[in-house]
Ligand binder design. Sequence first.
Ligand code: FES
Ligand code: MG
Length: 570
Amino acid sequence: MKAPEELRSHRWFGGDELRNFSHRARGRQLGYNPEEHLGKPVIGILNTWSDINPCHMHLRERAEQVKRGVWQAGGFPLEFPVATLSETYQKPTPMLYRNLLAMETEEILRSYPIDGAVLMGGCDKTTPALLMGAASAGLPAIFVPAGPMLRGHWRNEVLGSGTDMWKYWDDKRAGLIGDAEMSELERGLARSPGHCMTMGTASTMTSAAEVLGMTLPGAASIPAVDSAHHRMAAASGARIVDMVWEDLTITRILDKRAYADAITTVLALGGSTNAVIHLIAMAGRSGIPLSLADFDAIARRVPVLANIRPGGDWLMEDFYYAGGLPGLLSRLTDLLHTDRVTVTGRTLEADLAAARVHNDDVIRPRDNPVAAEGGVAVLHGNLAPSGAVIKHIAAEPHLLTHTGPAVVFENYTDLKKRIEDPSITADSVLVLRGSGPLGGPGMPEYGMLPIPAHLLAAGVRDMVRLSDARMSGTSYGACVLHVAPESHVGGPLALVRDGDLITLDVPARTLHLDVSDEELERRRAEWTAPAPRFERGYGALYSEHITQADEGCDFDFLARAGHNPEPDAG
Ligand code: FES
Ligand code: MG
């Protein structure tokens, strides 16, 4: 147990220096009496609430419940508004800004008198960003996931945000539904606060945060508007105060076993391919080398048990009623390291003691999985020397071994201009380049290339598609993603030409361009690097320091080991 004089904040508020006096005087200015906060753990609540983020619209109020818990446990809560990354609205993609929020998180925690942190987020990139920054800062921290939104509804049908948007948009393009239906769908797709309620990036990453040990048990599955979410927020606020006294830092929780368990869980959830990039980046901040090979190795022995869209049938609300993440984990204990400590101060095994599954279709038993193997496969070959990924459970099985002629698009604008080319056939392999970490920039979620309307009308619903982009976790299809190195830096993807034969072989984990090495060398000699995307500002900093997809797209200067000194607060 720590003594009050050992608190980090004591360096600001205790002591007899002029600065300490000033900090106490400003505490009076804030409206607090000395006995209300001196000697208590200062809890920084890092809140990604914003008017523009529908997934976090309840977090302003939810922070009040966190504060309630902090006060009751004898702490002193202070809320810090930090950058919001709104997947829907921020362009070209919030991925460009994940590292910016991670930097902000780390430096807020370092520069202020904070003893412990409550991290509030959930919309896609906010979860990895907050955890990356907190891991680098190294203080006690607890994650309060925003929670999924309620199921969508339309004409007595249940809708998944994202997933059904793509589906009905294709139906509209195929002439199956009109403006009246679309107007109703616009009102029904997303009807409550909370993040996407399919197994998209948000649910994948908040679940990863939970199994890493960074949330209270069960926290990630609670719908955003359920009263249980309020109670979880208050309990998280109370728990972080004790974590400070116990000196239960994030560094003690996030070890190699935790990240292995996160990969296992993401795969058993049939989770988003974005998790591959985020978990590599997060582990890097914990000083743990994680690679694409780790994902592929674990994927081969982990079955998909969560029957949730887009890979399955149900939504996060159903998953919660079925027992939520603890229910799922209770069926995987032999594949997990359950002797690890979590934010509760207990082991994962103890946290899961009361976990049950209440619906065997939503959370499948081991002998009746959604898929026998994990949902993500890692591919290599002359087209992806540093690797590529495919979420093969969300693809039509007949495309998992396929050879076809390339139809190459230079970038997204070119794609939009030429995608309706009538010469494209169902066998074509659609190739999009210029969409990687530097080329996109920020690897926008262009990876589910649209299917040409004339093929949709003919009933085609999936094709082999290939890019250096990412794909929304709510998307589906035979989409090969994260091809590395990206075309912008001269990866082989830059050298593909229309009509080249490309072979995808998921069982063999290969991606092959049927062009000789000599011919590729000749093309490489003719290739010229594109102009830099940014001339100044954050974009220029990003361009100079971003790593490739297989390395997690962190900044090289953030990912490296090293120690920054604590500020002098006296
Ligand atoms: Fe925020 Fe999907 S838009 S989680
Ligand atoms: Mg998404």
